[in-house]
Design a protein around this ligand. Structure first.
Ligand SMILES: NC(=O)c1ccc[n+]([C@@H]2O[C@H](COP(=O)([O-])OP(=O)(O)OC[C@H]3O[C@@H](n4cnc5c(N)ncnc54)[C@H](OP(=O)(O)O)[C@@H]3O)[C@@H](O)[C@H]2O)c1
Length: 310
């Protein structure tokens, strides 16, 4: 089969489009014919070797852990799945990913894909949407009537977070550059702050929750906009403990986990029209290098997806 692998860490040039042996599903696993693979910042972070400290990958490695496709072979235990099922999910980042014509996965990582969107849009969902879901609902316990500030509200994680918060009945303030203001408002934000010209901490006060996707000074400035006892959930890091004490706020760092039950709920929200995955760019598998360059530019609007099955 065709796949995109890395044999060494480095720039996008280390991504090699090549022939590799098609994997076989082990016990409790299924073989999925990949129709589309979502691209996430973790893909290029792994490619560059940034994740070496906590993910001990053996190389060569197939990147890309968001998948949507069709089950074509079952291992010993099918766990209720059958051949022909259209599924989507977040693959285990310790193993080969979905930049390939076929991938194997444990059945716990997948569920039936949303029926109302194609594979390209389904592949845009898992990692970004699970990160947003787990941040808002598992970690921040966001509830109806609360206010949340969502950084990078037009990005992969952010655009799902805005829609989930809105669905929950929370009031949403987002940060984005001017070109994305309309998009973020349409997703459900009441206010959008153009972070390139305005300081969010000058305009926002007393929010219940902040979703931080930037880290560094954006994270530390975010502590000032929380009400006492409020919480910041960061996709990148935790602030200094002394700053939390100083502002009387809480913080935590999300590490997105596969969760097929949550993906089922998210699929239902997509099928009922409450949530819409936004895909900015679709590229063929052979153009994974271009996809990485775009993702790495840090200004994706919604998601980038590799269409694997033409
Ligand atoms: N811990 C985890 O499990 C986990 C899971 C998922 C993601 N992450 C991390 O979370 C981060 C975000 O992921 P993502 O998939 O959402 O990334 P992404 O889609 O690449 O984010 C792109 C967005 O960031 C916005 N942006 C850039 N700089 C900004 C700033 N200073 N303030 C506000 N918005 C800004 C851009 O908006 P404009 O174009 O308008 O500038 C663009 O819409 C990445 O570092 C990723 O690795 C971690």
């Amino acid at each position: 089969m065709k796949a995109v692998r890395i044999h060494q860490y480095g720039s996008p040039e280390v991504l090699v489009y090549e022939d590799v042996v098609r994997p076989r599903p082990g016990s409790g696993n299924v073989l999925v014919e990949v129709h589309a693979a979502g691209v996430n910042p973790i893909d290029w972070k792994v490619r560059e070797g940034h994740a070496k400290g906590w993910l001990n990958h053996a190389l060569p490695l197939i990147l890309g852990w968001d998948v949507s496709g069709v089950i074509v072979e079952l291992g010993n235990t099918a766990n209720g799945f059958k051949k022909g099922d259209e599924v989507y999910g977040k693959l285990d980042v310790m193993h080969d990913g979905a930049y390939a014509e076929y991938t194997t996965t444990a059945t716990e990582n997948i569920t039936l894909k949303p029926k109302t969107v194609d594979h390209v849009h389904a592949a845009a969902v898992p990692i970004a949407a699970l990160t947003a879901w787990q941040s808002l609902f598992d970690l921040a316990n966001l509830s109806t009537g609360q206010t949340i500030l969502i950084h990078a509200a037009a990005g992969g994680v952010g655009h799902f977070a805005v829609q989930f918060a809105k669905w929950k009945g929370a009031r949403v303030i987002g940060t984005a550059s001017a070109r994305n203001t309309k998009f973020v408002k349409k997703l459900g934000a009441e206010e959008v702050i153009d972070y390139t010209v305005r300081k969010f901490e000058d305009e926002v006060r007393g929010v219940d929750c902040v979703l931080d996707t930037q880290g560094g000074e954006v994270l530390s400035r975010s502590l000032r906009v929380l009400k006492k006892g409020g919480i910041v959930v960061s996709t990148l890091e935790e602030p200094r403990a002394e700053d939390l004490t100083r502002y009387g706020v809480r913080a935590t760092h999300v590490i997105a986990k596969s969760d097929s039950r949550q993906l089922k709920e998210i699929a239902a929200l997509i099928d009922t029209g409450h949530v819409k995955p936004a895909v900015e760019i679709v590229l063929p598998l052979a153009e994974a290098r271009k996809a990485h360059e775009l993702s790495q530019s840090g200004h994706t609007h919604g998601k980038i997806v590799l269409k694997v099955k033409p």
